[in-house]
Design a protein around this ligand. Structure first.
Ligand code: ZN
Length: 252
């Protein structure tokens, strides 16, 4: 808390005196509370579940602060090599449930699971979609990753950031280190000790995706990032230094 200076006390006395003199109710003497600007945050991931596993605790902190958060999934988790069973409706329902837990909104970019395409036409299509959202900040997967869909979303976001005139802040996140994300050296951390429980629920909403196995792996990462940053659990990021630095709340 900021110590109260003599100058503060004097200026408050002047305000109070003026209020009493004007016969106004005393409640009006309280200084207006300064609300931080509301940010539009997009968290992009290759599949339903990636944004929740990588950034779920951060997302919960932002939505609790009143910021608008959109989870943008590159595909719906469909398996095109098994046409007899299309899990996409299940994956979409799981993503919708996860977003409700985090107070975020799901959005799908319309590509096919395991068959991501990164070419001129898909750069155009993805940029139109992201532009419509008008984000202040975008979190996306780190591009050095063993899954092609994760690499694809990273490149699509980066191209859109360039086309936007480098207007939004850009952060990279990690998912299933070693198996997926590789060689990730964080520059920033978010303490998720208080929101980890909601992150866990959002990840477990993806019940078809072996959450016992994958959440345990991700939790070992957030505990390690917590040790690095002095918290019980933390999510870690790499900020693209050429992107604007809004001094995001919670990010240290
Ligand atoms: Zn994924």
């Amino acid at each position: 808390m900021k110590p109260i200076s003599r100058r503060d006390i004097l200026s408050q006395s002047v305000v109070l005196g003026a209020v009493v003199a004007a016969g106004l109710p005393l409640a009006m003497a309280e200084p207006p509370t300064q609300k931080p600007p509301q940010r539009k945050v997009v968290v992009a991931g290759g599949h339903p579940g990636d944004p929740e596993y990588g950034c779920g605790g951060t997302i919960a902190r932002y939505t609790d602060l009143g910021h608008e958060v959109v989870l943008l999934y590159l595909n719906r988790g469909e398996w095109t090599d098994k046409p007899a069973y299309d899990p996409a409706p299940v994956r979409v329902a799981e993503a919708t449930k996860a977003c409700a837990i985090l107070k975020a909104r799901p959005l799908f970019a319309g590509q096919i699971d395991g068959k991501s395409i990164v070419d001129r036409a898909h750069y155009d299509q993805f940029h139109e979609l992201l532009k419509t959202e008008q984000p202040d900040v975008v979190f996306t997967q780190w591009p050095i990753d063993n899954h092609p869909d994760h690499r694809a979303i990273s490149l699509l976001v980066y191209e859109s950031w360039l086309r936007s005139g480098r207007k939004f802040a850009l952060y990279y996140y990690e998912v299933s280190n070693g198996e997926d994300t590789v060689q990730f050296n964080p520059t920033h951390y978010v303490d998720i000790s208080a929101t980890e429980i909601r992150k866990r629920s959002a990840c477990y909403a993806h019940a078809s995706q072996s959450p016992d196995r994958y959440y345990a792996l991700q939790e070992s990462v957030t505990r390690m990032r917590g040790i690095e940053s002095g918290h019980k659990q933390a999510e870690a990021y790499i900020r693209l230094t050429q992107s604007p630095d809004f001094g995001l709340p919670c990010v240290t």
